[in-house]
Design a protein around this ligand. Structure first.
Ligand SMILES: *Cc1c(COP(=O)(O)O)cnc(C)c1O
Length: 378
C-alpha cells in the first residue's frame, strides 16, 4: 500500500498503523468488550490530568467543537456570565457558541501573536462581579501561541470564579494538571495529540461541579450531565457511539502511555518543532512568534516576499511529495502553518524541510524571507 501523505496539520493527523488496524472489527454498542474499552478510555483520560477520585470523563460524539459547546452549555447556567479570553479563532468560536446558547458573556481580546495576560484577567474579574466563569484556550491553534493556563487558573481561583479550558490542540502533549490548576472542565478530542482518529470529543469534568449542572444545557445531545448520568448508570451511550473511533482512541492511549505519557509525547513534538523551525529559518523563513511563546504544536510562518512564491503552487508541490501543510488563519499577517504533531518523527520533519527546499528551488524562489515590516509597535 502506498504511504499516505504526512499530515503536517493541526488535525486530523497521521496515525500509527496499529491505531488504524484496531478498527478492523465490528462491535455492537452493547458488546462487552466495547464497554470495557470505553471504561478504560474514560479512566485513562482522568489519569492524564491526575484527576483520579475527583474528575470524570464525559465523552461527546462529534468533533472537538461539540465538546467545547457541550462544556459551555452544561457548566454556564442561563443566569451566569462567562468571560472569554480571545487571542484567535477558537476563542472567537466560544463567543459564537454563547450567542447560540444564549449565555451572557464578555470578552477580553489580545492580538493573535500575543498570549492572554493574567493580570488583565484579574482586573476584569475585579471590575465585573457578574462574571461567574472564565474560558481560556490552551494552545491557540490559529497562531500556535501558548497561553499561560496555570497563571490564568491562579487569578481565576483567587477571584473565586470557575475556569473552563479548551485544551484541544495541546491535550496529551502539554500538561494540564488538576492538582496544579483549579478548573471545572477541560475539553479535547480524539484526533489531536493523543493521535487517534476523528469522531470523539470529551470533557474532563470535576464531579462536584458537574453534579450541579442538571438541566443547564440548551440542547439534548450536548447535555454533559445527562450523558454522564446515563453512561454511569447503564454503561451505554444515549445515542450511537462512534465505536471504531473509541476503540482506536483507546489504542492510541496505550501508545501514548508507551511513549512516556504527556512528557514523552511532548518531548517528541518539541524535537519535531525544533527541526521544523531551525530548518525553515535556514531557508530564510520567519516565524510569527518568538520561540518563548511558541507551543510545540503548529508553527505559523510569514509568507515569503519573493514574487515567484505562490502559496497554492507551494502547497500542491509539497502535497505531490507527500507532505500536507496548512493555510494561515490570521488577521494580523499573511501566513501559512506547518504542524509538528501526529505520528511523525525526525525523519518526516527532516523530509519535510528537504521537500520545502526542493520546491522553493523548483519555483525559482531564492529565500523564504518575508517582506520587512516596520517594527510593530508594542
Ligand atoms: C481543533 C480545535 C478545536 C476543535 O475543532 P474541531 O474541528 O471541531 O475538531 C477547538 N479548539 C482548538 C484550540 C482546536 O485546536
Amino acid at each position: 500500500m502506498a504511504q499516505d501523505p504526512w499530515l503536517l496539520t493541526p488535525g486530523p493527523l497521521t496515525t500509527s498503523l496499529s491505531v488504524k488496524q484496531s478498527m478492523l472489527h465490528d462491535w455492537g454498542s452493547r458488546d462487552s468488550e466495547f464497554i470495557r474499552i470505553n471504561g478504560e478510555m474514560r479512566s485513562r483520560l482522568v489519569q492524564l490530568i491526575h484527576g483520579e477520585g475527583s474528575f470524570t470523563t464525559v465523552p461527546m460524539q462529534g468533533s472537538g467543537t461539540f465538546a467545547v459547546e457541550a462544556m459551555l452549555a452544561t457548566f454556564v447556567r442561563p443566569k451566569d456570565k462567562l468571560l472569554i479570553l480571545i487571542n484567535g479563532a477558537y476563542g472567537k468560536r466560544m463567543a459564537k457558541i454563547c450567542d447560540y446558547a444564549k449565555r451572557a458573556y464578555s470578552v477580553l481580546e489580545w492580538a493573535e501573536d500575543q498570549p492572554v495576560n493574567p493580570q488583565q484577567v484579574a482586573d476584569a474579574l475585579a471590575k465585573d462581579k457578574a462574571i461567574t466563569h472564565v474560558a481560556v484556550v490552551h494552545c491557540e491553534t490559529t497562531s500556535g501561541v501558548l497561553n499561560p493556563i496555570v497563571e490564568v487558573g491562579a487569578v481565576v481561583a483567587q477571584a473565586g470564579r470557575r475556569l473552563l479550558i479548551d485544551s484541544m490542540s495541546a491535550f496529551g502533549a502539554l500538561p494540564v494538571d488538576s492538582r496544579e490548576i483549579a478548573f471545572d472542565a477541560v475539553a479535547a478530542s480524539s484526533n489531536k495529540c493523543i493521535e487517534g482518529v476523528p469522531g470523539l470529543g470529551f470533557v474532563l469534568c470535576r464531579e462536584a461541579a458537574l453534579k450541579e449542572c442538571k438541566g443547564n444545557a440548551h440542547a439534548l445531545v450536548l447535555d454533559l450531565y445527562d450523558q454522564w448520568q446515563v453512561i454511569e448508570k447503564t454503561q451505554q451511550y444515549r445515542f450511537t457511539p462512534p465505536i471504531h473511533c473509541i476503540v482506536a482512541f483507546n489504542q492510541a492511549l496505550t501508545e501514548h502511555a508507551q511513549e512516556g505519557g504527556v512528557s514523552g509525547r511532548g518531548g517528541r513534538y518539541r524535537a519535531n518543532c525544533k527541526i521544523l523551525i531551525d530548518g525553515m529559518r535556514t531557508l530564510g523563513f520567519e516565524t510569527l512568534l518568538p520561540d518563548h511563546l511558541q507551543a510545540p504544536i503548529i508553527v505559523t510562518f510569514h509568507m515569503p516576499a519573493d514574487p515567484k512564491f505562490d502559496f497554492q503552487r507551494f502547497y500542491d508541490k509539497l502535497r505531490d511529495r507527500n507532505y500536507v501543510i496548512y493555510p494561515g488563519k490570521l488577521t494580523v499577517a499573511d501566513s501559512f502553518r506547518i504542524g509538528c504533531i501526529g505520528r511523525l518523527s525526525d525523519t518526516e520533519m527532516k523530509g519535510a524541510i528537504a521537500a520545502v527546499k526542493a520546491v522553493l528551488a523548483e519555483m525559482g524562489v531564492k529565500s523564504g524571507a518575508p517582506r520587512k515590516l516596520a517594527a510593530s509597535a508594542e
